[in-house]
Design a protein around this ligand. Structure first.
Ligand code: ZN
Length: 240
């Protein structure tokens, strides 16, 4: 299995790895380790570049085959062999803005839970906006303005974001994690990665995050959508 380097270092932009497998068409490249985010939890996979024998290949997607192994899809058949060293570079501008959106969504999630006791029903992020759905009944203009103001306060509070990898049993003792449906994790998963915005939010999460909320920048709520009686969507945009 590919070691996922971003799990412990979300700021890794370049890495070296060894090719472990190449598909028959030469365009799915398997590595022993990668810094490319593989996609999941509403966060899109990374794009970027693989460099081998002074050739550059662009990576358009990270996929998963029927054996659940990750591969890097490149733009043309790779001219290299299994066992060769390869260098990877992720498209950092795209990844970093997505990280800012991901941490912004956790701020939103933490404060809406604290203030209104509403949990998240879904979410998604893109390089230019993000959305999150909440189990929330009332969605007045005043409330939306209040939420936007509170998000700005939590960003200005410069809260640290701490990532830990815990044994499953230990993670299951944390009351905050219960609401994020940690109990639905398949039994074969022995370790749980947690993302904590200190003093605000704690979730089991596989995504990439900022080190501190101050890096998020200015968040605007650009749209709210009534998806049903107890289901409201918030769409945010980072302005700077
Ligand atoms: Zn998340």
């Amino acid at each position: 299995m590919t070691k996922l380097l971003y799990m412990t270092d979300s700021y890794l932009k370049e890495f070296e790895a060894t090719i472990t497998k190449i598909s028959d068409d030469g365009m799915n490249v398997y590595l022993d380790r990668t810094a490319f985010f593989t996609g999941g939890g509403g966060q899109p996979h990374d794009t970027g570049m693989l460099l081998v024998k002074s050739e550059e290949y662009s990576v358009s997607k990270i996929g998963r085959d029927q054996d659940r192994e990750y591969f890097h899809r490149v733009d043309r058949p790779l001219k290299a062999e299994i066992g060769s060293l390869i260098k990877g570079e992720i498209d950092w501008d795209r990844r970093y803005i997505i990280m800012r959106y991901h941490t912004a969504l956790h701020i939103l999630c933490g404060l809406i839970w604290k203030e209104f006791g509403s949990s998240v029903t879904g979410g998604n992020m893109y390089p230019n906006k993000a959305r999150m759905d909440f189990n929330l009944a009332d969605f007045s203009k005043e409330r939306v303005n209040y939420i936007e103001k509170r998000v700005a306060e939590e960003i200005a509070a410069a809260r640290d974001v701490v990532i830990k990898i815990l044994p499953r049993e230990e993670a299951f003792q944390i009351p905050d994690l219960i609401r994020t449906k940690i109990n639905l994790l398949p039994p074969q998963i022995k370790e749980v990665r947690t993302v904590e915005i200190v003093g605000l939010d704690l979730q089991a999460d596989g995504g990439t995050h900022l080190k501190n909320t101050r890096e998020v920048g200015t968040v605007r709520i650009i749209e709210t959508i009534n998806k049903g009686k107890e289901n409201k969507r918030i769409v945010i945009k980072i302005e700077d």
